[in-house]
Design a protein. Structure first.
Length: 248
Protein backbone atom coordinates (compact mmCIF):
# COMPACT_ATOMS: atom_id res chain seq x y z
CA UNK A 1 0.00 0.00 0.00
CA UNK A 2 1.38 3.44 -0.85
CA UNK A 3 1.95 5.91 1.95
CA UNK A 4 -0.36 8.92 2.28
CA UNK A 5 0.94 12.23 0.88
CA UNK A 6 0.41 14.02 4.18
CA UNK A 7 0.66 12.32 7.53
CA UNK A 8 0.63 14.09 10.86
CA UNK A 9 1.79 11.93 13.75
CA UNK A 10 1.26 12.63 17.44
CA UNK A 11 1.12 16.41 17.46
CA UNK A 12 1.03 17.75 21.01
CA UNK A 13 1.10 21.41 21.90
CA UNK A 14 0.88 23.35 25.17
CA UNK A 15 0.63 27.05 25.89
CA UNK A 16 2.57 27.27 29.17
CA UNK A 17 1.30 24.34 31.23
CA UNK A 18 -2.05 24.20 29.44
CA UNK A 19 -2.44 21.36 26.91
CA UNK A 20 -4.01 22.63 23.68
CA UNK A 21 -3.52 19.69 21.27
CA UNK A 22 -3.22 16.13 22.54
CA UNK A 23 -1.49 13.61 20.34
CA UNK A 24 -3.32 14.59 17.15
CA UNK A 25 -2.72 12.30 14.15
CA UNK A 26 -4.35 12.08 10.72
CA UNK A 27 -3.44 11.59 7.09
CA UNK A 28 -4.61 12.97 3.75
CA UNK A 29 -3.81 11.82 0.22
CA UNK A 30 -2.57 14.12 -2.53
CA UNK A 31 -5.30 16.36 -3.91
CA UNK A 32 -7.66 15.57 -1.03
CA UNK A 33 -9.24 18.03 1.38
CA UNK A 34 -9.65 17.66 5.13
CA UNK A 35 -12.33 19.79 6.80
CA UNK A 36 -11.89 20.64 10.48
CA UNK A 37 -14.80 21.72 12.69
CA UNK A 38 -14.99 22.34 16.39
CA UNK A 39 -16.15 24.76 19.08
CA UNK A 40 -14.37 28.05 19.69
CA UNK A 41 -11.10 27.56 21.59
CA UNK A 42 -10.77 23.83 20.78
CA UNK A 43 -7.42 24.36 19.02
CA UNK A 44 -8.27 24.61 15.28
CA UNK A 45 -6.18 27.70 14.52
CA UNK A 46 -3.37 26.43 16.72
CA UNK A 47 -3.34 23.15 14.78
CA UNK A 48 -2.97 25.01 11.45
CA UNK A 49 -0.29 27.28 12.89
CA UNK A 50 1.66 24.24 14.13
CA UNK A 51 1.41 22.60 10.68
CA UNK A 52 2.62 25.85 9.14
CA UNK A 53 5.69 25.83 11.43
CA UNK A 54 4.61 28.99 13.25
CA UNK A 55 4.37 27.46 16.74
CA UNK A 56 6.82 25.47 18.85
CA UNK A 57 5.34 22.09 19.81
CA UNK A 58 6.05 19.39 22.37
CA UNK A 59 6.01 16.60 19.81
CA UNK A 60 4.81 15.88 16.31
CA UNK A 61 6.05 14.76 12.94
CA UNK A 62 4.66 15.92 9.63
CA UNK A 63 5.30 13.88 6.52
CA UNK A 64 4.65 15.98 3.44
CA UNK A 65 5.39 14.29 0.14
CA UNK A 66 8.94 13.02 0.42
CA UNK A 67 9.82 15.11 3.45
CA UNK A 68 9.64 14.07 7.09
CA UNK A 69 9.53 17.17 9.29
CA UNK A 70 10.05 16.94 13.06
CA UNK A 71 7.86 19.86 14.16
CA UNK A 72 9.43 19.87 17.64
CA UNK A 73 12.79 20.91 16.20
CA UNK A 74 13.09 24.69 15.62
CA UNK A 75 15.27 24.15 12.56
CA UNK A 76 12.81 21.68 11.00
CA UNK A 77 9.90 24.04 11.66
CA UNK A 78 11.40 26.47 9.17
CA UNK A 79 11.09 23.78 6.53
CA UNK A 80 7.38 23.29 7.28
CA UNK A 81 6.92 26.94 6.32
CA UNK A 82 8.34 26.27 2.88
CA UNK A 83 5.87 23.58 1.87
CA UNK A 84 2.70 24.92 3.46
CA UNK A 85 0.55 27.99 2.86
CA UNK A 86 -1.93 29.35 5.39
CA UNK A 87 -4.77 31.74 4.55
CA UNK A 88 -5.98 33.51 7.67
CA UNK A 89 -9.44 34.65 8.60
CA UNK A 90 -8.53 38.31 8.14
CA UNK A 91 -6.61 38.35 4.85
CA UNK A 92 -3.31 39.80 6.05
CA UNK A 93 -2.15 41.40 2.80
CA UNK A 94 0.67 43.95 2.90
CA UNK A 95 -1.38 47.17 2.98
CA UNK A 96 1.29 49.41 1.44
CA UNK A 97 1.80 47.17 -1.61
CA UNK A 98 -0.23 46.74 -4.79
CA UNK A 99 -1.94 43.43 -5.55
CA UNK A 100 0.88 42.61 -8.01
CA UNK A 101 3.58 43.32 -5.41
CA UNK A 102 1.71 41.27 -2.82
CA UNK A 103 1.73 38.36 -5.26
CA UNK A 104 5.34 38.63 -6.43
CA UNK A 105 7.27 39.49 -3.26
CA UNK A 106 7.55 36.03 -1.70
CA UNK A 107 8.12 34.13 -4.98
CA UNK A 108 11.03 36.50 -5.74
CA UNK A 109 12.51 36.38 -2.25
CA UNK A 110 11.86 32.79 -1.23
CA UNK A 111 11.65 30.98 -4.57
CA UNK A 112 14.29 33.15 -6.23
CA UNK A 113 12.14 33.93 -9.30
CA UNK A 114 13.16 36.77 -11.61
CA UNK A 115 10.78 39.76 -11.63
CA UNK A 116 9.38 38.98 -15.11
CA UNK A 117 8.71 35.33 -14.26
CA UNK A 118 7.08 36.24 -10.96
CA UNK A 119 4.82 38.73 -12.77
CA UNK A 120 3.86 36.14 -15.34
CA UNK A 121 2.91 33.62 -12.66
CA UNK A 122 1.01 36.32 -10.79
CA UNK A 123 -0.99 37.14 -13.92
CA UNK A 124 -2.05 33.51 -14.23
CA UNK A 125 -3.16 33.58 -10.60
CA UNK A 126 -5.04 36.84 -11.15
CA UNK A 127 -6.91 35.14 -14.00
CA UNK A 128 -7.75 32.27 -11.68
CA UNK A 129 -9.21 34.62 -9.04
CA UNK A 130 -10.90 36.84 -11.64
CA UNK A 131 -8.94 40.01 -10.75
CA UNK A 132 -6.59 40.47 -13.72
CA UNK A 133 -7.67 44.10 -14.07
CA UNK A 134 -6.89 44.95 -10.44
CA UNK A 135 -3.15 44.17 -10.42
CA UNK A 136 -2.17 47.73 -9.54
CA UNK A 137 -4.87 48.27 -6.90
CA UNK A 138 -3.95 48.53 -3.22
CA UNK A 139 -5.71 46.30 -0.66
CA UNK A 140 -7.78 49.22 0.71
CA UNK A 141 -9.27 49.67 -2.78
CA UNK A 142 -10.66 46.12 -2.83
CA UNK A 143 -13.76 44.61 -1.26
CA UNK A 144 -13.36 42.09 1.56
CA UNK A 145 -14.11 39.19 -0.79
CA UNK A 146 -11.59 40.44 -3.35
CA UNK A 147 -8.94 40.87 -0.65
CA UNK A 148 -9.50 37.32 0.53
CA UNK A 149 -9.19 36.06 -3.08
CA UNK A 150 -5.83 37.90 -3.37
CA UNK A 151 -4.74 36.34 -0.06
CA UNK A 152 -5.54 32.92 -1.52
CA UNK A 153 -3.58 33.74 -4.71
CA UNK A 154 -0.67 34.93 -2.60
CA UNK A 155 -0.56 31.61 -0.76
CA UNK A 156 -0.76 29.74 -4.10
CA UNK A 157 2.13 31.84 -5.49
CA UNK A 158 4.49 29.90 -3.22
CA UNK A 159 3.34 26.64 -4.85
CA UNK A 160 2.62 25.01 -1.49
CA UNK A 161 2.31 21.24 -1.19
CA UNK A 162 -0.37 21.90 1.42
CA UNK A 163 -2.77 24.84 1.44
CA UNK A 164 -4.64 25.62 4.65
CA UNK A 165 -7.57 27.93 5.30
CA UNK A 166 -8.57 29.19 8.74
CA UNK A 167 -12.28 30.10 8.58
CA UNK A 168 -11.71 31.90 5.28
CA UNK A 169 -15.18 33.42 5.09
CA UNK A 170 -16.07 34.19 8.69
CA UNK A 171 -15.56 37.94 8.34
CA UNK A 172 -17.50 38.25 5.06
CA UNK A 173 -21.15 38.95 4.24
CA UNK A 174 -23.10 36.14 2.53
CA UNK A 175 -22.47 37.32 -1.04
CA UNK A 176 -18.72 37.83 -0.58
CA UNK A 177 -18.63 34.55 1.28
CA UNK A 178 -19.94 32.76 -1.81
CA UNK A 179 -17.23 34.40 -3.99
CA UNK A 180 -14.52 32.95 -1.79
CA UNK A 181 -16.15 29.55 -1.35
CA UNK A 182 -16.53 29.23 -5.14
CA UNK A 183 -12.85 30.00 -5.58
CA UNK A 184 -11.87 27.27 -3.11
CA UNK A 185 -14.21 24.82 -4.86
CA UNK A 186 -12.54 25.77 -8.15
CA UNK A 187 -9.08 25.15 -6.67
CA UNK A 188 -10.23 21.75 -5.56
CA UNK A 189 -11.49 20.97 -9.06
CA UNK A 190 -8.59 22.32 -11.11
CA UNK A 191 -5.39 22.60 -9.09
CA UNK A 192 -4.73 19.18 -7.55
CA UNK A 193 -3.76 20.93 -4.33
CA UNK A 194 -3.99 19.19 -0.96
CA UNK A 195 -6.01 21.30 1.47
CA UNK A 196 -6.99 21.55 5.13
CA UNK A 197 -9.95 23.86 5.71
CA UNK A 198 -11.30 25.03 9.05
CA UNK A 199 -14.91 26.00 8.36
CA UNK A 200 -18.37 25.82 9.83
CA UNK A 201 -20.07 26.21 6.44
CA UNK A 202 -21.64 22.78 6.39
CA UNK A 203 -22.81 22.70 2.75
CA UNK A 204 -19.39 23.85 1.61
CA UNK A 205 -17.59 21.39 3.89
CA UNK A 206 -19.70 18.58 2.51
CA UNK A 207 -18.86 19.28 -1.11
CA UNK A 208 -15.24 20.36 -0.81
CA UNK A 209 -14.21 17.83 1.87
CA UNK A 210 -13.03 14.30 1.30
CA UNK A 211 -12.45 13.89 5.04
CA UNK A 212 -13.76 15.76 8.05
CA UNK A 213 -13.09 15.84 11.77
CA UNK A 214 -14.46 17.33 14.95
CA UNK A 215 -11.87 18.67 17.34
CA UNK A 216 -12.75 19.33 20.96
CA UNK A 217 -10.36 20.36 23.76
CA UNK A 218 -7.43 19.40 21.54
CA UNK A 219 -8.70 15.85 20.85
CA UNK A 220 -10.18 14.38 17.67
CA UNK A 221 -13.70 13.36 18.66
CA UNK A 222 -14.75 11.98 15.28
CA UNK A 223 -12.90 11.58 12.01
CA UNK A 224 -14.28 10.05 8.84
CA UNK A 225 -15.40 10.64 5.28
CA UNK A 226 -16.85 14.15 4.90
CA UNK A 227 -20.07 12.72 3.50
CA UNK A 228 -20.70 10.54 6.55
CA UNK A 229 -19.43 13.15 8.99
CA UNK A 230 -21.87 15.78 7.76
CA UNK A 231 -24.85 13.59 6.94
CA UNK A 232 -24.69 10.71 9.43
CA UNK A 233 -22.17 11.45 12.20
CA UNK A 234 -21.58 8.60 14.60
CA UNK A 235 -20.63 10.50 17.75
CA UNK A 236 -23.41 12.17 19.71
CA UNK A 237 -21.03 15.10 20.28
CA UNK A 238 -20.70 15.66 16.52
CA UNK A 239 -24.47 15.36 16.09
CA UNK A 240 -25.00 18.00 18.76
CA UNK A 241 -22.30 20.28 17.36
CA UNK A 242 -23.62 20.16 13.78
CA UNK A 243 -27.16 20.74 14.95
CA UNK A 244 -26.02 23.83 16.86
CA UNK A 245 -24.18 25.16 13.78
CA UNK A 246 -27.22 24.66 11.56
CA UNK A 247 -29.47 26.44 14.06
CA UNK A 248 -27.02 29.31 14.64
N1 LIG B 1 -0.61 32.71 21.94
C1 LIG B 1 -1.35 32.10 22.84
N2 LIG B 1 -0.99 32.04 24.14
C2 LIG B 1 -1.72 31.38 25.06
N3 LIG B 1 -2.87 30.69 24.78
C3 LIG B 1 -3.27 30.71 23.51
C4 LIG B 1 -2.57 31.41 22.47
N4 LIG B 1 -3.23 31.23 21.30
C5 LIG B 1 -4.31 30.49 21.58
N5 LIG B 1 -4.34 30.18 22.90
C6 LIG B 1 -5.36 29.34 23.56
O1 LIG B 1 -5.36 28.08 22.93
C7 LIG B 1 -6.67 27.56 22.82
C8 LIG B 1 -6.98 27.22 21.37
O2 LIG B 1 -7.02 28.42 20.61
P1 LIG B 1 -7.33 28.42 19.05
O3 LIG B 1 -7.16 29.83 18.59
O4 LIG B 1 -6.50 27.39 18.41
O5 LIG B 1 -8.85 27.99 19.04
P2 LIG B 1 -9.86 27.86 17.79
O6 LIG B 1 -10.40 26.48 17.81
O7 LIG B 1 -9.19 28.33 16.56
O8 LIG B 1 -11.02 28.86 18.22
P3 LIG B 1 -11.95 29.86 17.31
O9 LIG B 1 -13.04 28.98 16.74
O10 LIG B 1 -12.49 30.82 18.31
O11 LIG B 1 -11.09 30.49 16.26
C9 LIG B 1 -7.60 28.62 23.43
O12 LIG B 1 -7.87 28.28 24.75
C10 LIG B 1 -6.76 29.88 23.37
O13 LIG B 1 -7.12 30.77 24.39
MG1 LIG C 1 -9.52 29.92 15.24
Amino acid sequence: MSEPFLALQSLSKKFGEIPILNDVSFSVDKGETMVICGPSGCGKSTLLRCLNGLEPVTSGTLRLGEREIDLSSPKNRESARIGTGLVFQNFNLFPHMSVMDNLTLAPRRARGLRAGDARQEAETLLDLIGLRDRASAYPFELSGGQRQRVAIARALAMKPQLLMFDEPTSSLDPEKKEEVLSLIRELKRTQDVTMIVVTHEIGFGKDVGDWAMLLEDGDIVEHGSAKEFFTAPVSSRTQKFLKAVINA
